[in-house]
Design a binder for this molecule. Structure first.
Ligand SMILES: *Cc1c(COP(=O)(O)O)cnc(C)c1O
Length: 216
């Protein structure tokens, strides 16, 4: 399955994050042995034990809702945090990254789905953060793009519209805040059920779990 997915992502050079939440270390090692190096987890405790247990050249991405008081546990090693949805969280990531003498890549998570259970910013909240004095002087985080989750539905039009909304948000932020910043280039959208649609709408990072590892 890994090869099949990579083949579909190849023409657009889309990055695959293999979402290994709830799966044992052996299952991750199996994909690692096939060449996969980027893995995503949504729980801090699971991220930390898997980081300890598995090869150190794995790039770990935090993709789920992240509590401020837990940032310190992943700051020493996490490569990218996809789920940044408040100034408070951004400040804590910066503080912990600084303690570890690192720069952590982050994505701003937007609320694009119909369900209220999915976390995320709206465009005006994001602009407020990016205009803040804190952000203007920040040194240990690098905002490299946006992330969103579409509604869980069979309605392809709706999912497509939500992906388009996220692409528009990316384009607007790029123009207003990051025009001369080449590192702001990522749109993290698309999961097992909708990644092909996401890629067609401009995704640069897909987060795929069950299609790779089986149902959870
Ligand atoms: C679990 C999860 C995924 C992967 O979901 P699948 O449907 O198993 O591919 C992607 N993104 C986030 C934020 C998740 O929590």
């Amino acid at each position: 399955m890994l090869k099949k997915i990579l083949k579909k992502l190849e023409p657009t050079a889309t990055t695959l994050v293999a979402v290994s939440k709830t799966k044992p270390a052996e299952a991750i090692q199996e994909l690692y042995d096939q060449g996969q190096r980027i893995f995503g987890e949504n729980k801090v405790q699971e991220l930390t034990w898997k980081y300890e247990a598995l090869p150190k050249d794995i790039e770990w991405h935090a993709i789920g809702h992240l509590q401020t008081n837990k940032v310190k546990y992943i700051a020493p090693f996490v490569a990218m945090i996809h789920s940044v949805e408040s100034l408070k969280l951004m400040k804590e990531i910066n503080k912990q990254a600084k303690k570890n003498e690192r720069v952590i890549e982050i994505l701003l998570q937007f609320h694009i789905a119909e369900e209220d259970t999915k976390f995320g910013l709206d465009l005006s909240e994001a602009k407020e953060i990016l205009n803040s004095d804190f952000y203007k002087n920040v040194e240990n985080i690098n905002v490299v793009g946006v992330m969103g989750m579409a509604t869980f539905t069979d309605d392809k039009n709706q999912v497509q519209n939500e992906f388009r909304t996220l692409k528009n948000i990316f384009d607007q932020l790029k123009k207003e805040f990051f025009e001369s910043d080449d590192s702001f280039k990522e749109i993290s959208m698309g999961m097992s059920g909708d990644y092909e649609l996401a890629v067609a709408e401009g995704s640069t990072i897909v987060r795929i779990g069950s299609l790779l590892f089986g149902a959870r």
